[in-house]
Design a protein. Sequence first.
Length: 250
Amino acid sequence: MRASIDGALAAHAPVDAPATWVLSNHDVTRPVTRYGRADSSFAFESKRAGTPTDLERGARRARAAALLAMALPGSMYIYQGEELGLPEVEDIPFERRQDPMWHRSGGVDPGRDGCRIPIPWSGDEPPYGFSVDGAARPWLDQPDDWARLTVAAESEDPGSMLALYRAGLRVRRQAPWGTGAFTWLPSGDDVLAFARGDSFACLVNFGPEAVPLPSGAEVLISSNDLEGGAVPHDTTVWLLNPLGQGERGR
C-alpha cells in the first residue's frame, strides 16, 4: 500500500498534478472478495474457481481501504457497487457468462463477469429494482441473497458499507486537513500512518494487535468500531490533533 502511494505521488509530482486513487474497476475482483483472500493482490490466476475467501474479513479490510483512499491527496474514483460492499459473484452458470476471456480460456479463467453484476437498488428478490417487473432478464443475474445489500436496505443501516462511504465522503468534502502537505508518520511494520498538515492524520492498522490512539487525538471517523482507546486489526481511523507536535518523517 505504501509503495503504491509513494509511486503515484512521485509520478505526479514533476508536473504538479493531483493523483487519482481507485480500489477496483470493471476488470478486477471486487475488494470484499479480493481482500478476503490470502493473496489480496490482483491477478487473473488468483481468481480461479475454488480460491478460499473469507468475506467477513474481506469486508472489514474493504472498509479500511475505503477510508485510506479517501484520506489521500487527490481524487478518488468509486466503481459502482463498491460503496455497497458487493462481493464478486463466482457461481455464474456457464451458459450465462458473457466475458470473452472465459470463452477464450475454455472456462479456465472465470473472467470479469463477477464484478459486472447489475446493481441491487431495492426489494427482497432479483432484479432488486434494477429493472421493472416483467422487463427482460438482465445480461447477468443477481444472487438471491443480495436483499441485504440493496441501496434501500443499506440506507437504513448505520453500520453498512454505504453508510461508511457516505460518512467518509461527507467528512472528506470538509477537507479537515486544510492545505497542509502529505507526510509519512513513524509507525511499526503493521501500521500505515500519515499526516496532512499539522492537525490531521490517517492511521491504518494491518496487524493482529490493537494499536493505542495517541493521547489527546480526536477521532473523526473509523472504518470499524474501536476497542476502547485502540485501533483494532484491519481498521482505518482519521484523527484531528493526531500525534502532538512530535517528530514526523519517513
